[in-house]
Structures are given as structure tokens and as C-alpha cells.
Design a protein. Structure first.
Ligand code: DC
Length: 672
């Protein structure tokens, strides 16, 4: 997961390959709650691991359910037939609507002494219609803040279930889902009827609910979309084992990717055309826009068809979440695309109509919006630009409103013909449903190497370049190449193979270097799977590296390996010849210096911390000698690249140095 403040996605060229998607959020949280309410133990496979399911799991633990997590398999021992908690419990629901609504209903119907709170945005998301319905049937619920919104306080109910229970269907289908999952708890000796008031939106989500209720032994009788009857004698029963389908809404980004990007097509694993999720019908919308889709029981394959995409007009009531993806596909179309019947967007993680319009405009598009519709005009698509296209692509910093779908949708703008990058702010918000979304995207998307940014950092020994480079890499979410480590590992491997580090063994060492089986895992360096971190990080390891690094054939042999570190979304490269030889076109090169006195002091501190004795004057003399040798050597001497910016950090903290590099980097970006 990218936990950086922002993620810059370079302009992308093509996409090919397959992705396996995480479990559906809607199915995951329903399954968790149903497993908690039923009698017996349920083994849930392929559960989504995300903020929303974490919230639900935490709540179930608080209620006293047995919860055992092993990767994506979770075993839940239900509360059915066991004691319901009587002590006061406060639940924190974050911004997880799929946990908040059904849990509120279940807790209110069972009764207790409960408080439910969330993040500030959760306290702005309406729940009044659900509370009204629950009060109608005798539940005791109070608002602790603004009427109609969380936080809530729940007490003991006096249930009256003889007449039909009305619930509004035109704000969020989650209210009806919540009642459908809670009321079987009270249907042991009488049938219970729910009546929907107003046109029911998001019907597919109700289908998911009914489908899953059936798996747990509750056979709801549906009369049109207006009446739902839970038969008398209903009782939750564990299905024993249940598999969660991959998220069809998450699939929409990869379906769109297949439709937009050139390449050999995209295969999506974990969900197919027979999915019980309504958002699978996004496939039809994508096909109308030009995608070529084939599918099987648990997979989809998508390729580009029409290009530019074809503009469409669509009533999106049946695919409320996935339809957001169409708004970004519309930028690649041959005319304006109109998305209708999307009022529900206004009460989601953010007001999604406002958000999608504002961010599409930042990219340069013309967008019109109404109370429940959005019209997006396309941007130029190179040689295929349509006459109706207005405006120009702009490199934009996309605000994501703590809304996972906004973040995922806009990553698709990186295929723009103007080849401008896209910045996604707060990329970790995708954790709500798809923590590794960007990793999945980068695993199938390719960019032209000249578009994948490289920042080079070099400087004399003990200047702190390694620390600086790895900190900047962490801030940007970029890969990190410690090229010195490659020379250290090469020397280590050479000695292990019984070679000397002299010129006489140059070609043998170069052969080793060319196929160096080295892997980096965080701070660890593995050679042939063996941890060699300590061995290569010693002073002796540095000396040995210095010896092999003067051999031209060895340097040549390591070029390809170093180039292979230039991967999406970008690279921090640390070492001698990064900016001069390996990545001469890097858009930012920093030459880090510090006075010999300062460096000697730092190295001294380091050694003392590690428990070695050291003499500061000797260290300084040593450093000065090494500088002189490094600067005068004929192969890859220590000297700044011509276009490098010098940073003297003698008087700077590491944070201040990182900040300076970030300021330089920002000044080279196209984002306003
Ligand atoms: O940065 P370091 O101390 O790990 O480097 C070990 C040795 O390798 C050092 O003598 C410099 C040399 N080196 C090099 O010649 N070229 C590089 N790109 C990186 C390191």
C-alpha cells in the first residue's frame, strides 16, 4: 500500500497481464455480520482485508464473537444461541457505511447499551431513514449529535412487529439491507413484513443481500421491489464455509484499463459474468463504450475495441459505484457522455457528483452537473481526436476526498495522449476496498522509460546520501536503488567463489555480477536467498566494494541490473555514477556534501552506537584520504554530474535535507 501524502503516476502507455482482485466489500461485511448472528462456526474464504472489514471485525470481537484471522480466511463463531452482551459497549465505525448501517439495525433489534461513532465524515452521512424505520418497530435509538446522523446511542427495544415496517428506498439501499439482516433475529414466532417507500435505488445490492440471506437459511419472500416478507420461524444457520467473490466494483478499473490501454489485454481473476454483484453489469456499459470483453465462471478478459471510446448516455441506477469509472472513461470518448440517475453519489464517502466534476475539470475537461446527473466532455486523444472534443489535458493533482473510488478512477487518466502525469493525493484511501490497488495497476501497466522519473543522489562517503535517498524514496513511494550495495554484494560473491578482487580476475567477477542473484527486502540484502546484510555493511565490505568498483568490466556488467530498478512509479538512485552514466537523463540530480569534520563526527557517532571504539581524528584523516582517492581515480571518479544541484548538509538535519530535495522535486512537476 502507498502511505505517502501523494502518488505521482507517470504517463502510462500500455497494459497487459492478469490481476487477482480482493474480495467484495459488500459481500465481505454482510458475510461477517451474518456469520456473527448465526449459530455455529463459519469459515469465510477470500475475505477482503480493508478498513471497512477491519471495522466490522473489531465490532464483532467487542460483541464477543469468536474471530480467528489467517490471511484472507477468517473463522467466525456466531452469537446465535449464546449470551448477548449486557455491558455498555462503544463501537468505532470509522467511515465504513457497510458496517455502520447493518450493525446499527442488528444491535437495535437485539437491544443493549451501545454507542456507535465514526470519523467526522461518517457523522455527515444520513442514517435518519433507517433510525425512523427502527423506531417504528419499537427500537430505542437516540442521536448523540445532529438528528438524522451518527453518532447514535442504542437501548432496549419494545418490538412491535405486527404491522408492515416502512423504510425509505430512495436514499440508500443499505437501510433496507440493514433491516433485512436484522429482522430475522425477531422472526422466530411471526412473519415480518418490510415495505419500501419511494423508488428503491441500487436494487442489485438488495439482490446480494437476499442471495446471502438464503445461504444463511433465511428465505425472504420478495413481492416486486415494494414488499419483503421474512417468514415466521426464520433462524440463522451457518453455511459452514463460504467464499467471497472478488469485488465487481474494483473490477471496473481493470475493465476500463483494458478498454483504454493498448496492449495484449487484461485478465481479471476472482469474478466473472455469473457474479451475484450488480456492478458486474459495468461490463455492458464498458462494451457499449467499445471494450471487447470475454468471460468465464470466475474471470474476465478485456481488450481495447473502439478507439476513441464511444460516448454513451446511461441510467446508472443499477451500477452506482462502478459508474464512477465511466466518468473517467468518458475523457477518452468521441463525444459527451451523460450519466443519469446517480443521486446516491451525493451521500457516499463524499459527494461524488461534486468530486468527479471538480477533478475531471482539473484534468482540463468540460463537465456539466445536475442534481442526479453528470455530463463529461472528452479530451483530445492524439491522432484519433474527435471533432467534438474541447479543451486540453492538464497534469493535475487529484484531490481524493477520503474516497477510495475517486482515487482509483483517476489513476486511469494517466493514459492521456498529452502524456502528462497524474498526481493522486492521499493514495492510501484505497485501503477501504483495495489496499494494493496501485501495485496491481503498476503490475500490468507500462510506461515509456523516459517517463519513469529517477532522482539521483550522490556524494562523498558518510555524507548521508543513503539515508537521504531512502527517506525521499519513502516520501514519494518510489523504489530505491542502493548501487553501492550491488558493488558490495559483487565483492562478497567474488570472494565466496574463491576469486581475488584484483584486475586479474576482472572478467570472472564481471560474469558473476552480470547474473547476480541479489534481492532487497526492506533493509535486508539477500544473495542467493542468504542474508548477507551484515557481511556487506562492514568497513571491510566497503573496502572490498571499492576494489571491484574500479574494474570497468564489473561496472559494465552491473548496468543492466541497475536499469531494471527503474520501475513504476519512480526511482531514487544512490551512488557514484547514477547521474553521469546509469541515468544521465534523470530529471533531478543531487550532490550531497558535508565538511570532512561533520562527516567524521557522524561516522564516529555511528560506530560508537554500534559498540565499536573509534578515534575522531583518525576517522577524519581517513575520510579525507578516501575523498582524494575517489576524486582522482580514473574510473567513475567522485564528482558531481554537470547538472547536479549541490546540497551541503553540514548544518542541516536529515528532515531539512529531505525537505530541500522535495522542494526541488516539486518545482520540476507540472502540477499547479
Ligand atoms: O555507497 P557505498 O559505501 O555502499 O559504496 C561502496 C563502494 O562502491 C564505494 O567505494 C563506492 C563504490 N560505488 C561505485 O563505484 N559506484 C556506485 N554507483 C556506487 C558505489
Amino acid at each position: 500500500m502507498f502511505s505517502t501524502a501523494f502518488l505521482d503516476i507517470p504517463p502510462l502507455q500500455e497494459a497487459s497481464g492478469s490481476v487477482t482482485l480482493p474480495g467484495s466489500k459488500s459481500i465481505s461485511n454482510r458475510v461477517l455480520l451474518l456469520s456473527a448472528l448465526c449459530q455455529g462456526t463459519t469459515v469465510v474464504h477470500d475475505l477482503l482485508d480493508s478498513d471497512d472489514t477491519q471495522v466490522m471485525l473489531a465490532a464483532l470481537r467487542q460483541l464477543g464473537c469468536g474471530v480467528e484471522v489467517a490471511g484472507t480466511t477468517v473463522t467466525i463463531t456466531g452469537l446465535g444461541g449464546r449470551a448477548w452482551p449486557t455491558e455498555a459497549i462503544e463501537f468505532f465505525m470509522g467511515n465504513a457505511g457497510t458496517a455502520m448501517r447493518p450493525l446499527t439495525a442488528a444491535l437495535a433489534v437485539q437491544g443493549g447499551d451501545f454507542t456507535l461513532k465514526g470519523v467526522p465524515r461518517m457523522h455527515e452521512r444520513p442514517i435518519g431513514d433507517l433510525v425512523d424505520a427502527l423506531r417504528e418497530l419499537g427500537c430505542a435509538i437516540d442521536y448523540l449529535g445532529n438528528p438524522g446522523f451518527p453518532p447514535l446511542c442504542i437501548g432496549q427495544p419494545a418490538l412491535q412487529l405486527d404491522k408492515p415496517i416502512p423504510v425509505r428506498g430512495d436514499v440508500s439501499s443499505q437501510f433496507l439491507t440493514a433491516l433485512l439482516m436484522a429482522l430475522p433475529l425477531a422472526a422466530a414466532d411471526r412473519a415480518i413484513t418490510i415495505e419500501v417507500v419511494g423508488e428503491l435505488i441500487s436494487k442489485p445490492y438488495i439482490e446480494i443481500t437476499l442471495n446471502l440471506l438464503a445461504r444463511y437459511g433465511i428465505d425472504v419472500k420478495r413481492q416486486g421491489w415494494e414488499r419483503f416478507v421474512i417468514p415466521a420461524g426464520s433462524r440463522y444457520q451457518s453455511p459452514g464455509t463460504i467464499h467471497v467473490e472478488a469485488d465487481a466494483s474494483s473490477a471496473s478499473y481493470f475493465i476500463a484499463l483494458g478498454a483504454i490501454a493498448q496492449g495484449d489485454g487484461i485478465r481479471v481473476n476472482g469474478v466473472g459474468a455469473d457474479s451475484i454483484q450488480g456492478d458486474i453489469r459495468f461490463v455492458e456499459a464498458a462494451e457499449r463504450m467499445g471494450a471487447r470483453v470475454t468471460s468465464g465462471p470466475n474471470w474476465l478478459e478485456i481488450r481495447r475495441g473502439a478507439w476513441p471510446l464511444k460516448a454513451i448516455e446511461l441510467d446508472c441506477n443499477h451500477i452506482p459505484d462502478a459508474a464512477m469509472t465511466l466518468a473517467v472513461m468518458a475523457l477518452y470518448a468521441d463525444g459527451p457522455t451523460l450519466l443519469r440517475n446517480i443521486a446516491s453519489w451525493r451521500v457516499k464517502e463524499t459527494d461524488r457528483i461534486v468530486a468527479m466534476a471538480a477533478e475531471c475539470r482539473k484534468l482540463g475537461a468540460t463537465v456539466e452537473e445536475g442534481p442526479d446527473w453528470l455530463r463529461v466532455h472528452p479530451l483530445p486523444n492524439g491522432q484519433f481526436t474527435h471533432a467534438l472534443t474541447k479543451g486540453q489535458w492538464q497534469g493535475a493533482s487529484i484531490h481524493t476526498y477520503d474516497d477510495h473510488r475517486v482515487a482509483m478512477c483517476f489513476s486511469l487518466a494517466a493514459f492521456n495522449a498529452a502524456q502528462v502525469p497524474v498526481r493522486i493525493e492521499d493514495p492510501k484511501c484505497v485501503a477501504k476496498t483495495f489496499p494494493d490497488y496501485f501495485e496491481a495497476l503498476f503490475s500490468v501497466a507500462t510506461a515509456n522509460a523516459r517517463h519513469i522519473p529517477v532522482i539521483c543522489i550522490d556524494g562523498p562517503t558518510a555524507s548521508g546520501k543513503g539515508t537521504l535517498a531512502s527517506r525521499v524514496a519513502a516520501k514519494l513511494g518510489y523504489h530505491y536503488l542502493d548501487s553501492g550495495a550491488l558493488y558490495r554484494v559483487t565483492a562478497h560473491a567474488a570472494l565466496q567463489a574463491g576469486l581475488t578482487l584484483e584486475a586479474s580476475d576482472e572478467s570472472h567477477i564481471a560474469n558473476l555480477a552480470r547474473h547476480l542473484p541479489v534481492h532487497f527486502e526492506g533493509e535486508q540484502v539477500l544473495l542467493n536467498g542468504m542474508d548477507v546484510t551484515d557481511a556487506i555493511r562492514s568497513e571491510q565490505g566497503g573496502m572490498n566494494a571499492s576494489k571491484v568498483s574500479v574494474l570497468p568490466a564489473v561496472r559494465e556488467a552491473l548496468v543492466q541490473l541497475q536499469h531494471s530498478f527503474q520501475r513504476l512509479p519512480g526511482l531514487l538512485a544512490d551512488g557514484r555514477d547514477m547521474g553521469t552514466v546509469i541515468f544521465p537523463n534523470a530529471p533531478l540530480k543531487v550532490f550531497l556534501t558535508a565538511s570532512a569534520a561533520q562527516r567524521a563526527e557522524r561516522r564516529h557517532k555511528q560506530l560508537i552506537l554500534k559498540g565499536f571504539s573509534a578515534n575522531i581524528d583518525a576517522l577524519r584523516a581517513d575520510l579525507e584520504a578516501r575523498d582524494a582517492r575517489d576524486m582522482s581515480r580514473s574510473v567513475a571518479p567522485l564528482k558531481p554530474a554537470q547538472d547536479a544541484l549541490q546540497l551541503d548538509n553540514s548544518q542541516l538535519s536529515i528532515e531539512a535535507s529531505v525537505e530541500q530535495v522535495m522542494v526541488w522535486w516539486q518545482s520540476r512537476q507540472v502540477f499547479g
